[in-house]
Design a protein around this ligand. Structure first.
Ligand SMILES: Cc1cc2nc3c(=O)[nH]c(=O)nc-3n(C[C@H](O)[C@H](O)[C@H](O)COP(=O)(O)OP(=O)(O)OC[C@H]3O[C@@H](n4cnc5c(N)ncnc54)[C@H](O)[C@@H]3O)c2cc1C
Length: 305
């Protein structure tokens, strides 16, 4: 029996209420719309199920991969010999015990979190409204835009560690940096839910800020095409998109992958792109920008294997 068959049996016996798919195309679960089949993909609906599932995965020798909305992921064409865990059903969302705080499950979309905060008259998450990820993926990546970062409002995360069990990590322990956190350095840990500490604000003003940031996004980003947002991290002292544009790479194409004409910082899937196309285009962009400007671009998109 391989790990997947052992896991199937354990899930039939102890987690029969968790839905699990076999050979599930990752293209259906990533915003790039690329990626071959994951051997198993499961969708827990409660934190307790996720905890049990991860312990079963360990016993069965599976290599789990927790994903949110897959908006920062590049999955291989040949698929993943892994247990992918989708968190979109882990969407508890309520006011926290501390004043002006919100508790959100890892699968809550950031847009929904920001809307909830707005309705409660709480400011601080306006920047996150247009980021298409979840709370889990967002905290892991310290998602940010227009001067805001989750680091500014995330008071802590309850996370499951394979050896230690569930532990609450404070904002400080999360050691946020630019598009990284303690969780990016510990991919074996699973964020279950996060606590956000906000400040009272006027719902109308909050809504207006959200609207104007979304309008800026729509005007500058190729949101009509599949992508994973900014392909590269912002290099110190530069903007990746400007460097790529200055190197004449707008519109550069490999197979179905293209450097967006609208925003050179985005690689888009113009239809039928493979992971190999996107990786090759990333390589070419890095090579040309490196050669012409001396700046090394580092991908922000995460390659999963
Ligand atoms: C059109 C577009 C615009 C974007 N704009 C922005 C932007 O303005 N700013 C920005 O920062 N990003 C942006 N992004 C990128 C992306 O939305 C963010 O990085 C987001 O935080 C990823 O969240 P996700 O839920 O999709 O995570 P995924 O892509 O699913 O996963 C990202 C990482 O987080 C890990 N992870 C996910 N959930 C958990 C969990 N529960 N526990 C532990 N680890 C977990 C995954 O294993 C993976 O390593 C954009 C993407 C797109 C497609």
């Amino acid at each position: 029996m391989d790990w997947a068959e052992r896991l199937d049996k354990q899930m039939r016996d102890y987690l029969s209420d968790v839905s699990v798919l076999k050979e599930e195309p990752m293209a259906k679960h990533t915003s790039f719309r690329v990626g071959g089949p994951a051997k198993r993909m499961a969708f827990p609906e409660k934190s307790e199920q996720l905890v049990l599932l991860l312990s079963m995965a360990r016993e069965c020798g599976a290599r789990p991969l927790i994903i949110g909305n897959g908006t920062n992921l590049l999955a291989p064409d040949g698929g993943l010999d892994r247990l992918v865990i989708g968190t979109d059903r882990l969407c508890r969302l309520e006011m926290g015990e501390e004043p002006d705080s919100i508790v959100a499950g890892c699968g809550v979309p950031l847009a929904r979190l920001a809307d909830f905060a707005c309705r409660q008259g709480l400011a601080g998450l306006e920047f996150a409204h247009g980021i298409p990820g979840t709370v889990g993926g967002g905290v892991c990546m310290n998602a940010g835009a227009y001067g805001g970062e989750l680091k500014q409002v995330a008071a802590g995360v309850s996370a499951l560690f394979p050896e230690e069990g569930v532990r609450f990590l404070s904002g400080e322990e999360l050691a946020f940096g630019y598009r990284r956190s303690f969780l990016t350095e510990h991919p074996e840990a699973a964020a279950l839910h996060a606590v956000f500490r906000l400040t009272p604000g006027d719902p109308e003003e909050i809504r207006e800020t959200q609207r104007s940031l979304m309008a800026r996004r729509k005007a500058s980003q190729p949101l009509e095409w599949p992508s994973a947002g900014s392909t590269f991290k912002r290099p110190e002292g530069y903007f990746a998109g400007t460097l790529i544009d200055q190197c004449g790479l707008k519109g550069r194409t490999v197979g179905g992958a293209q450097v967006s004409e609208k925003h050179a910082g985005f690689i888009i899937n113009r239809g039928g792109a493979s992971c190999a196309d996107i990786k090759e285009l990333i390589r070419q962009v890095q090579a040309v920008v490196g050669e012409k400007t001396g700046v090394r671009l580092e991908p922000e998109v995460k390659f999963v294997e």
